[in-house]
Design a binder for this molecule. Structure first.
Ligand SMILES: Nc1nc2c([nH]c(=O)n2[C@H]2C[C@H](O)[C@@H](COP(=O)(O)OP(=O)(O)OP(=O)(O)O)O2)c(=O)[nH]1
Ligand SMILES: [Mg+2]
Length: 315
């Protein structure tokens, strides 16, 4: 059987305070009936994703999009069709949304999204909605006072909300001591902290998750931590992205986009190859390698969640 290919545009509509997202419930008589969804629908012939989304949100919710940005594109095989979900984050709209087709519509706090039943294709979308556009990776920093000052600056001035503690020069006990300090600071700003190291570290410190090196990623057979924690990984090619999908990584970095002083010997992949790899990834992907916040919009435009960086945030 040749499967139908269906291209769907859908919206993650975010409340003005950034804390809630609008969900709709699919009517019981359609496919995936009774499950919750991001409002949207199938593109008409010759429509772009954004054109189709504007039409669908008008038809289904009675709202007009004012400002939207690509969030994530998901390819998913259902038993009867191949679906491409082209998901946009809507930051501004006019009109008061209501279920124009009689469907239930509800503003849901981000933290409660995981309690709602969605179609199978939606899992990566939930992750993308919950994640910010910027991922700070900490620099090697001997001096603890300087380390904390620089981290605090990034949290306060750059508004960073996702942090990976990368400290290869510290031994395990020094790393954990550093992590404890970093975690306390991150908590004050409602930022999440991932530990770069062995998954077992989470039993020593209740951080928000683990970041796997690509080597550790490739050595694992199953997801090493519970679902309630974030699992991210470093990837550099398609094989590693596939493995990240197999392990159920919540998101990954893909690098190097550009040549960097830290890895001068590695050939950069550039935006073209990056986009092709991201298109088939099963989770949100952060562009890494010579990235700054000025690259974030372009990264989003080619399918990434955003950018990850050490240097751009470490001042
Ligand atoms: N809108 C939307 N559709 C989703 C999501 N997740 C998911 O698997 N789908 C699937 C379900 C459907 O097979 C397809 C969307 O089609 P749809 O039924 O919304 O299409 P439509 O609004 O154009 O409605 P219709 O005119 O075909 O009745 O995508 C999601 O989060 N939002
Ligand atoms: Mg629809």
């Amino acid at each position: 059987m040749v499967k139908r290919r269906v291209h769907v545009a859908a919206a993650a509509i975010i409340s003005a305070d950034g804390r809630e997202v609008l969900l709709a419930r699919r009517p019981s008589n359609v496919d995936h009936g009774g499950l919750w969804e991001f409002p949207g629908g199938k593109l008409a012939p010759y429509e772009t994703g954004l054109e189709g989304l504007k039409r669908e949100l008008h038809e289904e919710l009675g709202v007009e999009i004012q400002r939207a940005q690509p969030l994530i594109r998901i390819h998913h095989e259902y038993s009867d069709k191949h679906i491409l979900l082209d998901v946009w984050q809507v930051h501004e709209f006019s009109g008061e949304p209501f279920g124009r087709e009689g469907q239930a519509v509800r503003w849901v706090p981000m933290a409660e999204l995981v309690n709602y039943p969605f179609p199978a294709a939606n899992l990566p979308i939930l992750k993308a909605v919950m994640l910010p556009t910027e991922y700070l990776i900490t620099a090697e920093e001997e001096d603890e006072v300087l380390f904390l000052a620089r981290l605090e600056r990034a949290l306060v001035e750059d508004g960073v909300r996702l942090v990976q503690l990368r400290a290869k020069t510290l031994d395990e006990s020094a790393y954990l001591a550093r992590a404890e300090q970093a975690l306390a600071l991150c908590r004050r700003f409602e930022a999440r902290l991932l530990l770069n190291g062995a998954p077992e570290l989470l039993s020593r410190l209740d951080a928000d998750g683990i970041h796997l090196t690509s080597e550790r990623l490739m050595s694992l057979e199953r997801r090493p931590i519970a679902e309630g924690k974030w699992l991210s990984a470093s990837t550099h090619d398609r094989g590693q992205l596939v493995q990240a999908g197999r392990l159920g990584c919540d998101f990954v970095t893909l690098s190097p986009l550009r040549t960097t002083p830290s890895h001068p010997e590695v050939a950069p992949m550039g935006w073209h190859d990056f986009q092709q790899l991201v298109e088939r990834a099963a989770m949100p992907v952060f562009a890494l390698g010579g990235m700054t916040r000025f690259d974030a919009n372009h990264a989003r435009a080619v399918g990434a969640q955003g950018i990850a960086s050490i240097r751009d945030f470490w001042k």
